[in-house]
Design a protein around this ligand. Sequence first.
Ligand code: UDP
Length: 319
Amino acid sequence: MSIFSASKKKVLVTGGAGFLGFHLCKKLLENGYDVLAIDNLFSGYRNNIIELQKFSSFEFVRMDVKSKMNFKVDIIFNLACPASPVHYQKDPVETLTTCIQGAINVLDLANKNNSIVFQASTSEVYGDPKVHPQTEIYWGNVNPIGHRACYDEGKRCAETLFFDYQRQYKTKIKVARIFNTYGPRMSLDDGRVISNFISQALENKEITIYGNGEQTRSFCYVDDLVSGIIKLTLSEAELSGPVNLGNPDEMKIIQIAKKIIQLTKSKSNITYQSLPMDDPVQRNPDITLAKNKLSWIPKTSLDTGLIKTIDFFKSVINN
Ligand code: UDP
């Protein structure tokens, strides 16, 4: 059964030129939505926009989510924020301001239009978690003054704003906590583990493991994630808080390095480098809520998803 309703709707995607933004816009366009994307192109790519412009119902405006917006839209997806540690730590004050001012702007716009507003929150709100796997009722363990805080605390404050707007103004909000996601169109140099390892493996360069590689992450393929975001946003289920979206298939970073070496048939060796400050030791979403309320579970195996991602990276490297 389709997750989309039949009526044609106008949608705003902030951060539409980014990795997730691209895939979300594409899925919405393929299903008959009119999509307006905004992006300041800090970490988004013009190439993504060029691809989306093949759809006549797509429109792009280069603007910052920190600027006041005045669009007539039925649904807002707020994705605008650099999301990889390398990008969000480049200008931490900008990251924090984007999270907070961006949230206020999309919430005000939602109130003006009486539209639904989706917030891309993150597993980073759990910080270096002491509860495992992470359930939505866990409040997290975040260092408020560390290098990751600009993103973690920014996203936590955005969640606060979303739930305060809901209580104070009855704003129609949807909040997902998104766990590590990968797939085609990740940028080769965004510094994330999957993109780094695939680029390094394809070029037979050393695979850089930070720390001892025993830390864990759970990786969700982008198509699964996008279907979760859309299901949540269009759902009429009663929800009293955010919903975890991610793949609960947890693995050690050393295992992911070996898997990528095997799938790319690479000659790369592994090298160990120092672990960044506050790097979470374990991360795994409890997705019981998404399963029960949205009938959503990720379907793509890590091997299938990695092969598609590797093919994309090969095409970029060979061009
Ligand atoms: N990581 C690594 N080598 C790299 C890039 C990342 O070992 O070249 C590690 C990083 O220290 C972290 C994990 O992989 O433990 C996931 O990092 P990523 O930046 O992808 O996401 P996040 O830390 O935000 O979950």
